[in-house]
Design a protein around this ligand. Structure first.
Ligand code: U5P
Length: 211
């Protein structure tokens, strides 16, 4: 099974469906984020699922009180999403409210430079939270393989590590997998390329040969 996840951050429905169909053979899942939902509506989730047959990860980075998290989660899973990404820093009760509706993925450390300001100092507590409530997976930064290694050592083996930051943000798929990541998330390096299928194939081959 592939270990590549496409971050499909385009606005237009037609672009999203075309790119998804072109690259689906090299993917484990498709991640949708606010740009696509705001551009094309929530129905794009079920359309992508029908066209590709792949799991859909809704990267809404939900960060609210338990009741609002539950309301958001309910609609997201009803729309066909298989996983919902949420922030852990809002506390256990907020995450548990999502888990009552479906599978959650918790952000433990983000990939951008600013993640060092507030999120990185909180990582140990977020790992503790993950080990306690056992989400499907957690998000860790492909831009900092040494942090992926640190997180992998501390987080339970059965919790998957999903890592954005490969390609446009400078991270390497092979280095990130060697550090212990389970899945690589790639957006611009695929959907902005002249030939998304070829670009996805190249990264898939790198993953298969290098990990
Ligand atoms: N994403 C990150 N870093 C994080 C969490 C999520 O890049 O720490 C998301 C972005 O919002 C985007 C994708 O959807 O992963 C990465 O896209 P790209 O940099 O490969 O284009």
């Amino acid at each position: 099974m592939s270990r590549l996840i496409l971050a499909l951050d385009v606005y237009e429905r037609e672009d999203a469906l075309r790119i998804a169909e072109e690259v689906r053979d090299y993917l484990w899942a498709i991640k949708v984020n606010w740009p696509l939902i705001l551009g094309s509506g929530i129905s794009i989730i079920s359309e992508l699922k029908e066209r590709t047959g792949l799991p859909i990860i809704a990267d809404f980075k939900v960060a609210d009180i338990p009741n609002t998290n539950r309301l958001i989660a309910k609609k997201t899973f009803e729309a066909g999403a298989d996983y919902l990404i949420a922030h852990g820093f809002v506390g256990r009760d907020s995450i548990k409210a999502i888990q009552e509706e479906g599978e959650v993925i918790i952000v433990v450390e983000m990939s951008h430079p600013g993640a060092k300001e507030f999120i990185q100092p909180t990582v140990d507590k977020l790992i503790e939270l993950a080990n306690e409530i056992k989400p499907f997976g957690i998000i860790a930064p492909a831009t900092r393989p040494e942090r992926v290694r640190y997180i992998r050592e501390k987080v339970d083996k059965d919790i998957k590590i999903l890592t954005p930051g490969v390609g446009a943000q400078g991270g390497s798929a092979v280095e990130t997998l060697k550090a212990g990541a389970d899945y690589i998330i790639v957006g611009r390096a695929i959907y902005k390329s002249k030939n998304p299928r070829e670009s996805a194939k190249k990264i898939w081959e790198e993953i298969e040969n290098g990990a």
